[in-house]
Each structure stands twice: as C-alpha cells, then as structure tokens.
Design a protein around this ligand. Structure first.
Ligand SMILES: [Zn+2]
Ligand SMILES: [Zn+2]
Length: 354
C-alpha cells in the first residue's frame, strides 16, 4: 500500500527554465483534484504536457549521449512509477474537454505551495502562473508557505509591484503568504490527514555579500498510518556551520519509526568530478548523510527506503549527468555499506507512488 503520490512537474537544478524543481503531492489514490506543491519551478505548461502525453511510458528527454533515454535507466526496478498524472486525478478531470481546461483545473486545485527557498529555480513558474488565480468565474485561492527567510524574500523581492504585481496585497485575499515555524507541524490545507513540518538547512553563501543562505526540508506525515516522506530543497552538508541537517536527521530518527519512513527526495546537484558545490550536495555528501541517518537508526537500517535524487544541474558533457550521478551514488552507497536503498532519479513527467 502506498501513502503518497508525488508527481514530478520539474526536477532540474537549472538552467532549464520551466522544468526546475516542483513536486505535486497528494495522498495515494485521492479521489479529488486537490494537491499541494513543494516548490514552484514548473507549473501549468508542464501539467498540460503531462495531460497531453497521457499514461503511455515514453522516452525521457536527455539531449546527451542520446536525445532520448529509456525511463528504466533512471529508476530502480523496485520503484513504483507511472508516466503522467495519477490515474485517480485523471478520472476526476475527464469531463473537461481541452488539455488547457484540464491543466487549468489541476492548477486551480493546488491549495498550497511549500516553498523551500526563494531562489528563482524554485518559484519562477509559481509566480508566472499567479494571474490564472483571478481569470475565471470561480476564482481559486492559494497559500504560499515557507519559513520566515522564504516568505520575507518572496514578499520583498517578488510581489513588490516592480518585479511582479503585488498580488499578496492587491489580490483580494486570493493569494496569501503563511509563515511557518521551524520544527512545528501544521495540518495540510488540502488534506486534513496530512501534516507538514518544515526544518531549515544550510544552502551555501551569498555570491556578493558573504552571508549564510538557508533552504528548507519538509517532512510530510500521514496521520492515519504514520507513514512519512521527506522532501528537500537545495541543501549542503553542515560542515562547520550550525548543524541544521544533523538536527533534521536526529528529529527523524527520534520521531519516525524506520518502517514508516518511506522516502527521501533529496538533491544531488553535481557529479563527483565537480570541485565546487556552491551550497549543494554531491554523491559522496549524499551517501555520507544517509550513512549518518543509518547510524542513528542502528546497524540494520534504511533498506527498502526510496531515495529519489533531484536537482541535477544541466552541464556541457557527453553523458547525462543524472545517469552519472545515479551510478556514482549507488557505487558510493555500496562502498559505505548502505544496502537495499531504492535509488532513483526524479524524472519530469512521471508520478512516484511512495
Ligand atoms: Zn535550486
Ligand atoms: Zn538554491
């Protein structure tokens, strides 16, 4: 039995405009249109594309060694993944006639965006899509949720009438900001049975002023079953900074029984050959973090948990960096004695059942 459906609307770490990180999350088999998003790097145009291409398994755009790759290359054989939107969602959509109408209905029913941080690759499509909130007989409302550093940045630097119309003040209350508190669970607006807890993590330094940059990881918990998934934004190892990521692992190990931790969706932006990570994780760092978590749970841990790699950066190379990273992560994990983890890459246009 699966607990969550995670639709990958975008998973690139850039530059791919319109295809960067955005995950649409729903309880498994939810018989309605409602959803929430983690980040908003992709939006309605990607939803429309998924509707138009339907549920048939298709090739994954790569543009490296091959322009298209088989989806199996990106997935573990034990990953339960479907092409397109979840069937339960498609069934509710059926009465709408055009792809645009259907995509619009899915967009309308996104209740909240849980934003990890305000970097453009995590919010661009969410911002550009906001006029659609107001363009119908039945206006919909949306809440942008985040920790204080995220909501402040969105208010001051995006919806300020200079970069984008200030729909937070001038939108008749249909677009709202909700500032969350670190480590405090809140009930998901769209789904009573799901609670969401945000935790801050380190994400490098500013490029001009050397100040700390932060991002967020969100723990989703189904209150009925206790099953959890962890969805990360950009994140770097703590190093000699405040041990924020270590605190996330400690919280999880103390509060989530191992058999309830179904998946970790986490970034791995660059291959092992990359020297400077600029506030991100590479394969070795990712495996070190998982090893740390395993240590907290005890010696026999982490088998049969999904780890889904996201936010791989597009680079000028021959091989698809997502496939290189997946291979490197699997090798490093096996060298570190992490056995049985189900490693896959988040592939745009597919739904993971977790
Ligand atoms: Zn990013
Ligand atoms: Zn970032």
């Amino acid at each position: 039995m699966h607990t969550f459906e995670v639709v990958i609307l975008g998973a690139s770490g850039g530059p791919d405009a319109g295809a960067t990180q955005c995950f649409l999350v729903r309880p498994a088999g939810w018989q309605g249109l409602e959803s929430v998003c983690v980040d908003g790097g992709a939006g309605t145009s990607q939803i429309a594309r998924m509707i138009a291409s339907g549920q048939c398994k298709r090739q994954v755009e790569s543009f490296y060694a091959n322009d298209y790759e088989s989806v199996e290359h990106f997935l573990d054989k034990d990953a339960y993944v479907d092409a397109g939107l979840p069937l339960s969602l498609c069934e509710v959509l059926a009465p709408a006639r055009s792809t645009a109408q259907r995509a619009f209905r899915v967009y309308q029913a996104i209740r909240s965006y849980y934003v990890t941080h305000a970097h453009l690759d995590h919010i661009a499509a969410m911002v550009l899509d906001t006029p659609l909130i107001f363009g119908t007989e039945q206006p919909c409302s949306k809440t942008i949720c985040g920790l204080p550093f995220t909501t402040q940045a969105i208010q001051q630097n995006i919806f300020n009438d200079a970069v984008w119309p200030n729909l937070l003040q001038g939108g008749g209350g249909l677009l709202r900001l909700d500032t969350l508190r670190s480590g405090i669970p809140t009930t998901c607006q769209a789904f009573e049975k799901v609670e969401v807890t945000p935790f801050p993590v380190n994400h490098g330094m500013g490029a001009s002023e050397r100040h700390e940059v932060y991002s967020t990881v969100y723990l989703f918990r189904d209150k009925t079953t206790g099953n959890c998934i962890l969805i990360c934004g950009d994140v770097e190892p703590d190093g000699d900074k405040e041990p924020l990521l270590a605190q996330v692992w400690s919280h999880i190990a103390a509060n989530v029984p191992l058999d309830k931790l179904k998946a970790i969706i986490i970034e791995c932006s660059s291959t092992m050959a990359t020297k400077e990570l600029y506030g991100h994780l590479g394969p070795r760092n990712l495996v070190e973090e998982l090893t740390h978590l395993q240590g907290l749970y005890g010696p026999h841990a982490l088998g049969h948990m999904h780890v889904i790699i996201t936010h791989v950066k597009s680079i000028c190379s021959y091989r698809d960096p997502r496939l290189v990273i997946l291979e490197e992560v699997r090798k490093e994990a096996s060298r570190a004695g992490l056995h049985g983890i189900i490693f896959s890459v988040a592939v745009r246009g597919y739904t993971f059942h977790l």
